[in-house]
Design a protein. Structure first.
Length: 381
């Protein structure tokens, strides 16, 4: 007998010990690849330094809540040239996203593009000053890009805007496709022969191109107003929030990476959140907010006397809306969640209870309605 030979039992034990080591090694390699892959996403993001355009006199930041402007640009430049129609590059969609200081609730406020507002002076791309005046809200993006939009919103609302994110047509389509499409419930038939946009009613999964048609179409549905389109946009955003926060997306590194790659490759942000690390910080805050505590609303408006095709903000209701956000008061009752993570002191339960208590009075106003993100997009068949 060869004393150096390994007994069969010892060989089996050694092989059993090797498998965990091999698996651990593979796990480390995969995790490392994912880590470096996600870090590389920061290089995808285009940024703009807003400091010069915003000026020194701005609304004060009263608390640790966060206000982010989400701007949808209808520019036809670059990859967007395939989108039909012509545009000087307007802010097709503008939503003010407010994340509460204690991370217990969030509100997205749509600002109608047809709103007639008093715009402040803004810097143009060549550094010259464009004088302020009474204009349609979406002209701000034409004049000075997202920085002018931010300056205008701050001037109109007296809210401190922390960041902005601009998404163009191409980016929107890529993000939807990276998620495998988004399922929505089309409430009424849509038929716009001029734009060749048609939708039947009922639940359907839309790819990127179809989704863009759905959130942009104005004619051939309802009364053709921008307010009707805003309702569809809010419904669609609620569906996106549900899908992105679902376990199937968050726990699938391939799908999640594809979505983040599409998002970071096609957005423009201010320099403050121009990295994947900064965006991850916002995601951590947003993660603490349950779907039932995310809601969407629209600035209260009424017909503009000089032109019934334009609107003006309805006062004092609009001012009450901005004051609620400035004081970090929810528009709807907040459901207490143990996952709430305070950022300005106090325990989660204390912070959430305070928000819930103050929101009861805010939600008593019948003029401000809200759509919650946890509303089922489509009824189970």
């Amino acid at each position: 007998m060869n004393d150096s030979a390994v007994p069969p039992e010892a060989g089996r034990v050694r092989r059993r010990l090797m498998w965990p080591i091999v698996l651990l090694t593979l796990t480390v390699l995969v995790a490392g690849s994912v880590f470096w892959g996600y870090r590389s996403l920061s290089g995808n993001i285009d940024t703009i330094d807003p400091s010069a355009g915003l000026g020194d006199v701005r609304p004060a930041k009263e608390n640790e809540s966060m206000n982010i402007l989400l701007v949808g640009s209808d520019s036809r430049e670059g990859a967007n040239s395939s989108v039909g129609g012509e545009s000087p590059g307007l802010a097709d969609t503008t939503i003010l996203l407010h994340l509460s200081a204690d991370n217990s609730w969030a509100t997205g406020v749509s600002i109608p593009r047809d709103s007639m507002v008093q715009m402040p002076d803004c810097l143009e791309s060549d550094g010259s000053t464009h004088a302020g005046g009474l204009r349609q809200f979406n002209q701000a993006y034409v004049i000075g890009g997202p920085v002018c939009v931010q300056r205008t919103v701050e001037s109109l609302t007296d809210l401190h805007i922390d960041h902005f994110v601009v998404v163009d047509f191409s980016g929107f389509q890529q993000m939807v496709d990276s998620l495998g499409g988004i399922t929505v419930d089309v409430a009424e038939p849509i038929s716009d022969p001029d734009s060749k946009i048609y939708f039947d009613t009922g639940c359907q999964t839309l790819d990127g191109e179809q989704a863009l048609d759905y959130v942009r179409v104005r004619h051939g549905v309802g009364n053709g107003s921008d307010l009707g389109r805003i309702e569809r946009q809010q419904q669609f955003l609620a569906a996106v929030v549900q899908q992105v926060t679902s376990k199937g997306t968050l726990l699938n590194p391939v799908t999640l990476y594809q979505f983040l790659d599409a998002a970071t490759s096609t957005v423009t942000t201010d320099t403050g959140i121009g990295s994947i690390q900064a965006m991850a910080g916002i995601a951590v805050r947003a993660r603490a907010v349950g779907l039932n505590n995310i809601n969407f609303t629209t600035v209260p408006v009424e017909a503009w006397p000089q032109d019934p095709n334009r609107v003006q903000w309805q006062e004092p209701t609009a001012a009450d809306l901005w004051e609620s956000l400035a004081s970090d008061t929810s528009l709807t009752p907040v459901e207490v969640s143990p996952s709430a993570e305070p950022t300005n002191g106090g325990t989660p339960s204390e912070q959430t209870a305070d928000a819930a208590g103050s929101s009861a009075s805010a939600s008593a106003s019948p003029s401000i309605s809200a759509r919650t993100a946890d509303t089922p997009v489509c009824s189970a068949s």
